[in-house]
Structure formats: structure tokens, C-alpha cells
Ligand binder design. Structure first.
Ligand code: NDP
Length: 291
């Protein structure tokens, strides 16, 4: 008897994925390196597989969620002979290159491969707010999208298996950039006794107002026309040292923002001073010194 889906990897995220499938009424097989972690899922109705090969044999759809892709390669490698005719959906965080290599491994064995990026934390899984990005075999995604829909909002981004990881890392980059700015701003205000909880509503309003300008910047980036009547790179480069200097004077490390000053200075030195800030995208894709 085959089940609807197998989940391999029952860490914090894998357990949430398996629970979501069970909640959606899908017959589910689970496997984890440390077998004890399957206990609560088995109590909720999951079937336990003793080996990776048994886990893959149990269902047509194999959802994998391990720490890193090296683990995925290792685990699938031990059960390679069972992959023919199966769809592997790998939700482990990784790089586009790793996803493409895993796609080759699976398709060479007669399986279908879909890579995924989970834009959510475990408690969000199965809620519509949980965005899950997918790329790779379109046919395999279409066949299994109803089952995968039990994990959250499914968004297919293209046939290249590396694309989901690229979108995932792009979104994470935007998130970390925002957090970096927020942490620096709170550190600055705290030097004068302003509490984070007092200052944060102001930061939220400011960032929300700034984010409203992103579609306009996107249009500039796509057209390559960076002419601005709002705020030039020259003005930004001239004002930015205040941020660095004030940080040092207040006893706050400027380490997150020194590289940004260098990028602004390079933009002006390369003759782009009259352009808007979005011009920096072009400099990032023609780096002077790749660290
Ligand atoms: P956990 O650390 O909770 O779980 C890691 C899982 O990987 C466990 O099942 C562990 O097995 C397994 N594992 C590690 N090494 C090996 C190995 N060599 N062979 C077999 N299995 C191995 O991590 P999460 O569940 O939180 O994360 C899993 C993936 O999901 C990661 O890629 C993460 O980036 C991604 N993710 C997680 C999010 C989160 O908020 N947690 C959010 C978005 C993505 P064992 O129990 O035996 O150690």
C-alpha cells in the first residue's frame, strides 16, 4: 500500500510539514535519522519508515527537509535505486547550484525533481501566510500541487531547479538588510536611553513610507534610466559620513554601514553622482573587488 506523501527529515520544519499533511488528511510516511523524533507523528497517524529506501518506496511524492543539501545528497545517495518514478520535492535551504546538482542526481535515476524555498517559520506552516517557492519539473509540480498546497501558498517560479533557491536567497537578503538597518538604528537611539519599544513604531512608519518607493525604483532598474529629481547619489554620499561619524561618537560600531559608504563613494567616483540610489544595483553586478 502506498501513502500520499513521505516526509524525510523531522527537525523543527520537517515535523511541521508532516503535521500539515496529516492535518490535510494525507496519508503520510515519515523518516528521520534519529528515529525517536517520529514518535509524536506516528501517534497522530503517520507511518514510520525505518530506512531512507523504505521512506522513498512508500509514496509517489517525497518531501525532503534536512539541515543542508550535503545531507540530502548523502541520504538520497543511500537509496538511489528507489528514486525511479518518484517526485522529490527538496525544501532544504540551499544555493541554486546545489539545487541543480540534486536535480541531476534525481533525474539520472529516473525521478522528477522540484526544489523549494520555505518563506515561513514552522508555526506558520499550513497557513496561507506561509509562502513556499517551487521550481524544477513543471509536470511534477502540477501533479502534486494539491498535496503541496497543504503546506501554505505554493508559488511556482520556473523550470530551472535553481530558481526557487535564488528567489529565496533574494528575499532573505532583503530581510537581513532591513534587520541590519533596524539593529543599527536601535543601537544608536539606545545610547541616549531611548527604548527600542519606544522608537520602533517610528521606524515602522518610516520604513513603510520608504517601501512605497520600491516599485518606482524597480521601474528605473528595469529601464536602466536612473535620472532622479528626488535624491542624488552625490547628496547621499556627502551626507552618509554623518551616519558613520555619529555612530562612532555615540560608541556604536559602524561596521554594517562602512561598506555602503564605500559603494556610494565608488558610484560618485565612476561618474554617476547625478543618478538616484537605484544605480547601486549596477555597481553590485560589476564589483570592483569581490570580497
Ligand atoms: P533542524 O535542525 O530542526 O532539523 C534538521 C534535520 O536535518 C533533522 O531532521 C536532522 O536529523 C536532519 N539531519 C541533519 N544532518 C543530517 C544527516 N547528516 N543525515 C540525515 N539527516 C540529517 O532544522 P529545521 O527543521 O529548522 O530546518 C530544516 C531546513 O528547513 C533547513 O534547511 C532550514 O534552513 C529550512 N528552513 C527552516 C526554517 C525554520 O524556521 N526552522 C525556515 C525556513 C527554512 P536528526 O534529527 O537525526 O538530527
Amino acid at each position: 500500500m502506498t501513502n500520499d506523501v513521505t516526509v524525510m527529515g523531522l527537525g523543527l520544519m520537517g515535523t511541521a510539514l508532516a503535521e500539515a499533511f496529516l492535518k490535510a488528511g494525507r496519508t503520510t510516511t515519515v523518516w528521520n535519522r534519529s528515529a525517536a523524533k517520529a514518535g509524536t507523528l506516528v501517534a497522530k497517524g503517520a507511518s514510520r519508515a525505518a530506512t531512507p529506501a523504505g521512506a522513498i518506496a512508500a509514496s509517489p511524492l517525497i518531501v525532503v527537509c534536512l539541515s543542508v543539501n550535503e545531507n540530502v545528497r548523502e541520504v538520497l545517495g543511500t537509496a538511489a535505486e528507489t528514486l525511479a518514478g518518484k517526485t522529490v520535492v527538496n525544501l532544504t535551504n540551499g544555493t541554486p547550484r546545489q539545487a541543480r546538482e540534486l536535480a541531476e542526481l534525481v533525474t539520472a535515476r529516473g525521478g522528477e525533481y522540484v526544489d523549494g524555498g520555505i518563506m515561513a517559520v514552522p508555526p506558520m506552516i499550513s497557513q496561507p501566510e506561509a509562502l513556499i517557492l517551487y521550481s524544477g519539473s513543471r509536470q511534477a509540480f502540477d501533479t502534486h500541487k494539491d498535496v503541496l498546497g497543504g503546506l501554505g501558498a505554493a508559488r511556482y517560479v520556473g523550470t530551472d531547479p535553481g530558481l526557487a533557491a535564488l528567489y529565496d536567497l533574494g528575499l532573505l537578503t532583503a530581510m537581513y538588510g532591513m534587520f541590519a538597518g533596524y539593529y543599527h538604528s536601535v543601537a544608536l537611539l539606545r545610547t541616549e536611553g531611548v527604548k527600542a519599544s519606544e522608537f520602533t513604531p517610528m521606524v515602522r512608519s518610516w520604513m513603510t513610507a520608504m517601501m512605497a518607493g520600491l516599485p518606482g525604483q524597480a521601474a528605473d532598474i528595469d529601464s536602466g534610466d536612473y535620472v532622479t529629481d528626488v535624491s542624488s547619489l552625490t547628496n547621499n554620499a556627502a551626507g552618509f559620513p554623518n551616519l558613520i561619524e555619529a555612530s562612532r561618537e555615540q560608541g556604536v560600531s559602524p561596521e554594517l554601514f562602512v561598506p555602503f559608504q564605500a559603494l556610494l563613494d565608488r558610484a560618485v567616483a565612476e561618474g554617476h553622482g547625478a543618478d538616484g540610489l537605484a544605480r547601486l544595483v549596477e555597481l553590485l553586478t560589476t564589483p570592483q573587488n569581490t570580497p
